[in-house]
Ligand binder design. Structure first.
Ligand SMILES: NC(=O)c1ccc[n+]([C@@H]2O[C@H](COP(=O)([O-])OP(=O)(O)OC[C@H]3O[C@@H](n4cnc5c(N)ncnc54)[C@H](OP(=O)(O)O)[C@@H]3O)[C@@H](O)[C@H]2O)c1
Length: 242
């Protein structure tokens, strides 16, 4: 079976590609970085003896070009899953950020993942496939930092719930992971009050649970943090600086 991993060149996407390839699955790996994705594809193909195709797409572009993915699908086993770990943030992401940055963050974190999901949904339904999305604990509540990122991830989370609802009676599996801090580029150099999780650990859990449905927090203790932040009264919350 073949899995499409969007945002596979680094961090969690790379760890997912390694985990799924190590279990003998074929892969189509998508990112903007041609050199990284080609090198990773060649590495996984040699190491695990599976077919891996690199595809270069910038999720910021609209409309997306599906030609390379469609061509790859022609030479792979049937598509079983779409994994959407792609994501981007920006240090200037506060309310009032410029239009270009607002559009970029919305496209990469929300619109483009939904467009890809929509595109391959009929195929996945035919194959009793799997769709896996990734959100963030930053969606617990709006705050000064990561304003557009959190809004886009909240929208993605809502879209996945609609997908889960609409496909509940079908053979499609739909999972959405709300992630705490990971030890990856995205969290690099940030001054974080919490320990960061290893992406390969997260990838292992996602792999094991790939044929289940639901919304989950990873690492699991983040559920408590998320709920506490949501329950804080406004007069306390507004004083927090994070
Ligand atoms: N790291 C954290 O602490 C954290 C916390 C909560 C949630 N998350 C979420 O977890 C997921 C994985 O994050 P991560 O930490 O693994 O991130 P990462 O290491 O920065 O990797 C992000 C991936 O997305 C791809 N990507 C970014 N912009 C793209 C674009 N315009 N077009 C195509 N691909 C693009 C990157 O590839 P190229 O740059 O090569 O294109 C890369 O493969 C993301 O959805 C993130 O929002 C992360």
């Amino acid at each position: 079976m073949t899995y499409l991993v969007v945002g596979a060149s680094s961090g969690l996407g790379r760890a997912l590609a390694e985990r799924f390839a190590s279990a003998g699955n074929e892969l189509i790996l998508v990112s903007r970085d041609k050199r990284d994705t080609e090198a990773l594809s060649a590495h996984l193909a040699i190491l695990h003896g599976v077919k891996v195709s690199p595809v270069t797409i910038d999720l910021a572009n609209s409309p997306l070009s599906y030609a390379e993915i469609d061509a790859a699908l022609q030479v792979h086993q049937p598509l079983k899953g779409v994994l959407l770990p792609a994501g981007a943030n920006d240090n200037d992401d506060v309310v009032g950020l410029n239009d270009d940055k607002l559009t970029y963050l919305t496209r990469v974190n929300y619109l483009a993942p939904c467009e890809l999901l929509n595109r391959y949904l009929p195929l996945l339904k035919d194959n009793d496939g799997v769709v896996i999305g990734f959100g963030s604990v930053a969606t617990a509540r709006g705050r000064t930092q990561n304003a557009a990122y959190a809004a886009a991830k909240s929208a993605l989370q809502a879209y996945f719930e609609s997908l889960a609802h609409s496909s509940a009676q079908s053979g499609l599996c739909c999972q959405f992971y709300i992630l705490g801090y990971l030890n990856t580029n995205l969290a690099f150099a940030q001054d974080l009050p919490f320990p960061m999780a290893a992406p390969d650990r997260i990838a292992n859990v996602v792999y094991k649970q790939r044929f289940t449905n639901g919304r989950r927090f990873l690492p699991r203790p983040w559920y408590m943090v998320y709920r506490i932040v949501q329950l804080l009264p406004w007069f306390i919350y507004k004083r927090l600086s994070f």
